[in-house]
Design a protein around this ligand. Structure first.
Ligand code: NAD
Length: 259
């Protein structure tokens, strides 16, 4: 498929993990990519260029209003002032504390990255899409955007809030031809989930293998999902294949979530 030929796609948090796989998948379908990340993203750029597309990396911390505005302006210049797709993917695991023990600074840090960062990047990109009267925005939420999870209140609440932001943006921008949707992945195979399971194992007095088995068994498909499975759902939501969908959140969880 080549659904994104010559389209211009901004992806946050694409230096590593899921974002890197999403960047590479969009490039293979013809898109040029602007990465916004606070880390260097040489590997991502190489993957996009291997697919024959252009890629530039704009370093910024998504929490920093000024840096985000500068990075989006620079990405817009790279793209001749046109952005077809924004993927809000940058995210932080949060901390691992019961609410009764949660330092305010930890709570604020997670909300700042996951929620405020997404708002700031979206706010900076929207005028370009509004001027073009078209655009698609897709945000990486989580299965914990639809349920609670002990020890993870900061992360859980940041992801629930992203669904509220998604619906609000969808309502505000439908008249401008902009669709706004989200994806709610279950645990995704990769480095990050190993780290998350290790924290849960320590806090819950279990082995990492036990945590993994329990989380896998929670899904009828009895497995984690792959980054490619999340990326393909994002591309569906960013493409005209989903032209009648806005304000939606799609679960990619092996059946773990059904509503
Ligand atoms: P990751 O830690 O591998 O990658 C996160 C990326 O975001 C990195 O490139 C990092 O540099 C960037 N980033 C983090 N904070 C940033 C900031 N303040 N400013 C700019 N860039 C920043 O994580 P991942 O697993 O690839 O997760 C990607 C997204 O998917 C996140 O939003 C995460 O919450 C979500 N998610 C992941 C899983 C999973 O199991 N991995 C499950 C559900 C949802």
């Amino acid at each position: 498929m080549s659904r994104f030929v010559n389209q211009r796609v901004i992806i946050t948090g694409a230096a590593a993990g899921l974002g890197q796989v999403i960047a590479s998948a969009f490039a293979r379908e013809g898109a040029d990519i602007a990465v916004l990340d606070f880390q260097a993203a040489d590997e991502t750029r190489a993957l996009v260029e291997q697919a024959g597309r252009r890629c530039q990396v704009f370093r910024c911390d998504v929490r920093d209003e000024h840096a985000v505005n500068e990075a989006v302006s620079a990405a817009a210049r790279f793209f001749d002032q046109r952005v077809d797709v924004l993927v809000n993917n940058a995210g932080f695991n949060g901390h691992y504390n019961l609410v009764k023990d949660m330092p305010l600074a930890q709570w604020r840090e997670t909300l700042d990255i996951n929620l405020t960062g997404t708002m700031l990047v979206t706010r900076a990109v929207l005028p370009l899409m509004i001027a073009a009267k078209r655009g698609a925005i897709v945000t990486t939420a989580s299965n914990v955007a639809r349920r609670g999870l002990p020890l993870r209140a900061d992360y859980v609440c940041s992801k629930w809030a992203l669904l509220g932001l998604t619906q609000t943006l969808a309502l505000e921008n439908a008249e401008h031809g902009i669709r706004v949707n989200a994806v709610c992945p279950g645990p995704v195979e990769g480095e990050r989930i190993k780290d998350v399971m290790a924290h849960h194992a320590t806090k819950e007095g279990k082995s990492i293998e036990q945590v993994r088995r329990e989380w896998e068994a929670a899904a009828p498909m009895n497995r984690f999902v792959t980054p490619e499975e999340v990326a393909s759902t994002m591309m569906f939501l960013a493409s005209t294949d989903s032209s009648a969908m806005t304000g939606q959140a799609l679960n990619v969880t092996g059946g773990f979530l059904m509503t």
